[in-house]
Design a protein around this ligand. Structure first.
Ligand code: PLP
Length: 402
């Protein structure tokens, strides 16, 4: 075969766990003239987004929208509710939990980790035990990632809430849903979350550059006395301006144009169908991995992520070289690896605007790369995934006919 072609043919298969591929409809919605951000057309658009986003977080309270990536919304959650020296408990689920903790420390908070081996989610019992030890009720917040994007482990937030309640502790609950929102069930109000952090570039099928804080009444009250310095992130100015459909500064108009459409698309599909689709694609991926005789980083099925699967390669096979080969040969991108397992695994993203056919293309590319890279594996992963997807479709067809 001729080498050194400068053109990659066909569509790039973006299978990192976010940013995710943009639906053409979202792209078209963003490809429109800029409107006056103090004018009536903008106010209508902003109000539509501000109302619509509540249905995604499942909250009746306002949701703050920042012109920032998820990291900004992490900071906003902390600086709006806490004061210097406050104790916060975080669960060390992986790389992103570690980054959030480092941020808390830089902000002069006393952050303590509940450790894990980066191969599971948050254990509600461990959170309960930590809070019970805090006899003086000094801990102000418990911070948990709903989905740890670096490992592919999903935590049960309803159970974390119950654990905090069982301990009889007044700590607030902050949850990062950056790689789970609009892809798997999430209920800000029902689960008693105080601040939910979200991002645009994953389940919401938008480019990076917008992030969210959904807030409870308790968090709003905490904001009245919180002393960490803030200006851009302050909720009060934003809430006041949002009431009339405006922002305290120039908003990301095109992101809002896209967001209005992405929310529309999620409801057209139906949130339950969106969640079921993500579950289906995740299970198909895991079946492929199992059939190949490989292991997932997430070692306990109760934490399996519906949005990404991290796949361990056998000792002696470098996952970064594997990713580079797949990109070069089959025009597909996977996510990289972190922590003690750096170089040992790659992550297959199956979230956002992704269907069965796209997933099968990705899994076929993976199986071909396993062969090309001489990674010891069994054949039949693609077949196992197809069999599962077909069985799910025929079950759905039968059910519809009944
Ligand atoms: N939290 C999680 C779970 C993430 O996956 C990411 C990024 O992928 C972040 C936080 C940081 O968000 P951003 O990179 O958008 O600033």
């Amino acid at each position: 075969m001729a080498k050194n072609s400068s053109r990659q043919v066909g569509r790039h298969f973006l299978h990192i766990p976010g940013p995710t591929p943009l639906p053409d409809r979202v792209l078209r919605a963003m490809d429109t003239p800029i409107i006056d951000h103090r004018g009536p057309e903008f106010a209508k658009l902003a109000k539509k987004c501000l109302e619509g986003i509540k249905t995604i977080f499942k909250t009746a309270n306002p949701v703050i929208m920042y012109t920032a990536t998820g990291t900004g919304a992490w900071e906003a959650a902390l600086v709006n509710t806490l004061s210097p020296g406050d104790r916060v408990v975080m669960v060390e689920t992986g790389q992103f939990a570690t980054l959030w903790k480092k941020m808390a420390e830089k902000l002069d908070l006393k952050a303590e980790f509940i450790p894990t081996d980066w191969r599971t989610g948050a254990d509600p019992a461990a959170i309960e035990a930590k809070l019970r030890e805090d006899k003086n009720k000094e801990i102000k917040a418990v911070c948990v990632l709903h989905n740890e994007t670096s490992t592919g482990c999903l935590s049960n937030i309803a159970e974390v809430r119950k654990a905090i309640d069982r301990a009889g502790h007044p700590a607030m609950l902050f949850v990062d849903t950056i790689s789970s929102l609009a892809s798997t069930d999430y209920r800000h109000d029902e689960w008693g979350v105080d601040v939910t952090v979200g991002g645009a570039q994953k389940g919401l099928m938008l480019p990076p550059g917008m992030s969210f804080n959904a807030i409870s009444d308790k968090a709003l009250k905490a904001a009245q006395t919180a002393k960490l310095p803030k200006s851009f992130w302050a909720w009060d100015d934003m809430l006041n301006m949002n009431k009339i459909g405006f922002f305290p500064y120039t908003p990301a108009t095109q992101m809002l144009q896209g967001l209005a459409v992405s929310i529309e698309m999620l409801h057209e599909e139906g949130l339950e169908n969106v969640f079921a689709r993500h579950e289906r694609l995740a299970e198909a991926t895991r079946r492929a991995v199992k059939a190949w005789g490989l292991e997932t980083v997430c070692r306990d099925p109760k934490y399996y992520s519906p949005t990404l699967t991290a796949v361990l390669l056998p000792e002696g096979h470098n996952a970064d070289a594997f990713r580079a080969l797949a990109l070069d040969t089959f025009n597909i991108s996977y996510g990289s690896s972190f922590g003690a397992l750096t170089g040992r695994y790659f992550r297959v993203g199956h979230l956002g605007d992704i269907n069965e056919t796209m997933l099968m293309g990705a899994l076929a590319a993976t199986e071909m790369t396993l062969s090309l890279a001489n990674v010891p594996h069994k054949k039949g992963g693609v077949q196992a995934a197809m069999d599962y997807l077909v069985s799910q479709r025929s079950a759905a067809t039968k059910q519809a006919a009944e």
